[in-house]
Design a protein around this ligand. Sequence first.
Ligand code: NAP
Length: 316
Amino acid sequence: MAAIPSVKLAGVEKAMPVIGMGTMSFPAADLETTKAAVLDAIRAGYRHFDTAFAYGSEKALGEAVAEALRLGLVESRSDLFITTKLWASFAGPGQVVPACKMSLWNLKLEYVDMYLIHWPVRLTEAVSKTPVPEELVQALDMKVVWEGMEECVNLGLTKGIGVSNFSCNLLEQLISIAKIPPAINQVELNPSWQQKKLRDFCNEKGIHITAYSPLGANNTKWGDNRILGNDVLADIAKAMGKTTAQVALRWVYEQGVSIASKSFNKERMRQNLEIFDWCLSDEDLDKISQLPQTKGVTLAAALGPHPLVLEIDASI
Ligand code: NAP
């Protein structure tokens, strides 16, 4: 297997491997299944893992990391790049540092490498059902929440901070008040949702993009087969002796974007790493650039079609 390249993030010392293993599964896997998948991923060569309080996978990831260290699969904690996220129910005054500490407790780690604001909204109560009543959904108080994120860095709870599902407008607002600028914006990005405007904006501002649902989240509640069932990608793959998934992941990588992809299947997780010793031709890139664009993940699907939520969905 070709070595996995890393990317240097603004203000973060440790470079981040450009492909990370996602840990959100559908239907949600139990702790042992997720733990076993993470250990398989470490054996396959993954060193970057993406979790979130909301996925319920922090404990399993933490147990897998501890086990990997015990087994000598990785030499030290610092060989891994771990991202977790602030859930919207904790995006209020005085809540950010305790939420980060709770994630660290779940993970049994002293620090994470990256802490992201998961969604650009605040939920004023913990919620367990969707849709969420409109009165519980508020716009984010950017200053309050980002000061909490910065405090997490200052306390050594995380090495870097960033956001997820943020539009250009929200990033502008954030940059104007941030003492520590966001290192990452993690968003849906794949050949069917190419995010050209956001990529250009983030490049200009030095914010790195990580692509989630790079395979269109096939077989999940929030995704479909518009990537893995795409004829253009399938034809390119066939001609190159690759899989459609590899072509999609390679395309994402060639856009200067890092990847959070999920597979709990040993063969597919290995296949997804085999994208670093070949490239797409200009002709293939041109064909992919012309694919129809459809957004898969919407906040409205989870929170309900409230005006604020629809406005956010329309902006990213
Ligand atoms: P994804 O990685 O695009 O797709 C995952 C699906 O594709 C799974 O059903 C997986 O099944 C299948 N798959 C993986 N590799 C494959 C291959 N080579 N061939 C065929 N099928 C393959 O979508 P995602 O899970 O939505 O996104 C990845 C990660 O991003 C998540 O796990 C999560 O960590 C993060 N994420 C973040 C947000 C956010 O709001 N920040 C939102 C969504 C996701 P198997 O496991 O059976 O292989």
